[in-house]
Design a protein around this ligand. Sequence first.
Ligand SMILES: [Mn+2]
Length: 346
Amino acid sequence: MKLSFRWYGPQDPVSLAYIRQIPSMHSIVTAVYDVPVGEVWSHESIAALKQDIEANGLHFDVIESVPVHEDIKLGLPTRDQYIANYCENIRRLGQAGVKVICYNFMPVFDWTRTQLEKELPDGSTALVYYVEDLKKMDPLTGELSLPGWDSSYAKEDLQRLFDLYKEVDEEKLWENLAYFLKAIIPVAEEAGVKMAIHPDDPPFSIFGLPRIINCEKSLDRFLKIVDSPYNGLTLCTGSLGSGSFNDIPYLVDKYAAMGRIHFMHIRNVKLLDDGSFEESAHLSSYGSLDMVAIVKALYKNGFDGYIRPDHGRMIWGETGKPGYGLYDRALGASYLTGIWETLSKA
Ligand SMILES: [Mn+2]
């Protein structure tokens, strides 16, 4: 496995100089943030990222994410131009040496939480999702203050998107995903870039919008649409693990054995009885996931893809992007490499 760390570019309060000091750190996971979703990334922006990363002794191997334009998910006539742009990004990133591209296919909302700084008993803060709080949120009325969500949507745009999605049920979304995959995977094969879809977070429908990448059955269906190693998964333990119906070590073992996991997001999550969840420290005993069983499933399958400690809590007074501080993710990284070393010497 290759240890990696997400970095939000030169604006990120966590510097590459600090990230490189985390033991075993290999690769940076990042993206070009200076163009709107759906546009082609400039060669200059890609080269600048690569140069910064390599100047710090790290590898420019993984992109998270090249976002998918809503018109593609909606299956609008304009999708072909956006797909052509997407293919061009895959080619450019492949030329720059990128090995894996992470993306997701969630309508309108990316990952969703009801609170970003919930204070835990030890004084740290974490991202949480409380079912009762979500019921009180309506993205179409009141304040547009949904944590973690792209606030660049104007209210009218959002209403328009919700209206358009009335025509898109789960089956239609599957069709639109298949259309997209059949166009991009041959390009990814040629460019030598492995595509890795991120599961829905949380792994169920919210605000009445369809979500389809969320359980074993849907992952099986997804992988069969284009049966190529270039059509693979970002297996996010915390996202899939927020549904009690998902057995994470089993899923990791199954898809690692198939060679279809290219990127692992590893974090723990504590499930509550009513379907709510709290993000927790990486250590198994702090959440509902068995982290040793997860890493063991990778180890025994000879996993040589990328792993990153996913979100962390905010600890030791650090401020910054919720979930993406330095300290707790660094603790997570060391914990994961510790498990790996233990397994390698057992
Ligand atoms: Mn993730």
